[in-house]
Design a protein around this ligand. Sequence first.
Ligand SMILES: *Cc1c(COP(=O)(O)O)cnc(C)c1O
Length: 221
Amino acid sequence: MKELQELLKELEPTHTSLVAVSKTHAPEEIMELYDKGQRDFGENRVQEMIEKYEQMPKDIRWHLIGHLQTNKVKYITSWVHLIHSVDSFKVLKEINKRAAQDNRVIDCLLQFKIAEEDTKYGFEPEEAYEMLRSEKFRNLKNIRITGVMGMATFTDDEAQVRREFRQLRNIFQHLKGNFFADQDSFREISMGMSDDYPIALEEGSTMVRIGSLLFGERAYG
Ligand SMILES: *Cc1c(COP(=O)(O)O)cnc(C)c1O
């Protein structure tokens, strides 16, 4: 495990921000980091995030990092800070619709499938480019795409992890150049977890999502 302040020092040189992944951990554990100044927390299950949102301080910025089902979108749109896991036009359209009802513009990242494992969600690059070129995408006024997210393969092979992170950064740069050149808000590359964040930092991560290194091992999830 690592102290929050120590981890933040490692992120400082690259100005990378920290999402503390609090899934499976109780509010009391989360409050320990909150009391040390941490405000960005990530959850991968909607139900668990809602329960924590309801009981915890309202200045916490909640990040949804796990797969989002269309039918659950409506429960989070009035308060979620950033949705990292947009993986289809369908879910994006629903986020847009609910955000409009809540009078908000919601920041979202497009999740890309960079890992070898086929269990991981995410767009294929071509699929995302096609969506971004489409009229139906441009009609969405209550979402703002602020970057990309990805998870590397769970492996000891550092070279592979590095290749996958580099692939995500290349996708980011392609999107930046072709679709978001005039938008300063398009700037996030959410990559790096407890085991692989040092590589992610070297490959240009702007936001790491770290759980077990800060909170200890999880029993599940
Ligand atoms: C659980 C999770 C993390 C954090 O994983 P750790 O290995 O505990 O740091 C990061 N991103 C996603 C999408 C997760 O589900």
